[in-house]
Design a protein around this ligand. Structure first.
Ligand code: FNR
Length: 249
């Protein structure tokens, strides 16, 4: 038997409690910006969530990510100033009631969270030719987002809140963190223990946008093709259960 053939997993189905636990994490994950507690994150916990991120899928097994742990108050102060500048610009894009709601939203926890993490993508990590990236060159960026999502879910499982802050100019972020040209700052994240997690996305509870019906987003064989009505009924049922705080039955 070759090493490749011997390396199989023993158990292919999850135990019921593990299966439900995974859905619970997926459905209760939130973007957190206002409920951070100052308590430091234990190194063992941080190691687990970063390991979860590092076990994400990546194009050609490229693993293009790195994780910059931003602890310095000075660096965070500069990031916060970059956020403020970008946020003033962003606020001016909305009119009337929408502008008032936008200004009332808390959209980052840069200084309150005990840790910030910038997840980067080194587009040149394995040279110019990458298995799977040749015809869709953005695949390394998508791979890095997979790592971010793993980190986000692992954080939720550990009871840590995570907030993604994208209201920052990319050149400013690159300059502050000293990123070389080839390295893209994919995600700037605030991470830490929280007083509570909200049941719904804040943008939903604050009336910014509603969650779309999943059944309207699923179609057969082509863009906006036909619906499978039996499946659509199941999708409505599963979405209603998830929105009710339950688990997909
Ligand atoms: C790529 C990307 C970028 C951002 C976000 C998310 C993602 C995926 N989100 C969080 C976003 O508003 C949130 O995910 C949705 O409103 C749904 O809420 P939950 O994540 O389910 O709580 C976000 N939130 C925020 O307050 N400031 C921000 O700059 C951003 N930027």
């Amino acid at each position: 038997m070759t090493e490749h053939e011997a390396a199989i997993q023993g158990d292919d189905a999850l135990a019921e409690a593990d299966r439900l636990g995974l859905y619970r994490v997926l459905l209760s994950r939130r973007d957190v910006r206002g409920q951070f507690l100052p308590d430091p994150i234990d190194d063992a916990v941080l190691a687990r969530v970063l390991t979860a991120a590092h076990f994400a899928p990546s194009v050609g097994f490229m693993q293009p990510w790195s994780f910059i742990l931003v602890r310095s108050p000075q660096v965070r102060g500069r990031i916060k100033a970059a956020f403020e500048a970008a946020n003033t610009e962003a606020a001016s894009m909305f009119d009337g009631d929408k502008a008032a709601v936008y200004r009332s939203l808390k959209l980052e926890g840069i200084l309150e969270a005990p840790l910030n993490i910038c997840v980067t993508c080194d587009r040149d990590r394995v040279g110019p030719v990458v298995l799977g990236r040749t015809h869709i060159p953005t695949m390394d960026l998508y791979s890095t987002v997979c790592a971010v999502q793993n980190l986000w879910l692992a954080a939720r499982a550990e009871g840590l809140g995570l907030g993604w802050v994208s209201i920052i100019s990319e050149p400013a972020l690159k300059e502050i963190l000293g990123l070389p040209e080839r390295v893209v700052p994919v995600a700037y994240l605030c991470l830490g223990k929280v007083s509570h997690f909200f049941a719904q996305p804040e943008l939903e509870s604050r009336g910014w946008r509603k969650r779309l019906p999943l059944a309207d987003l699923v179609s057969l064989d082509r863009w906006e093709g036909e619906r499978d009505e039996a499946l659509a009924a199941e999708l409505d049922r599963a979405q209603a259960a998830a929105e009710g705080g339950g688990i997909i039955p």
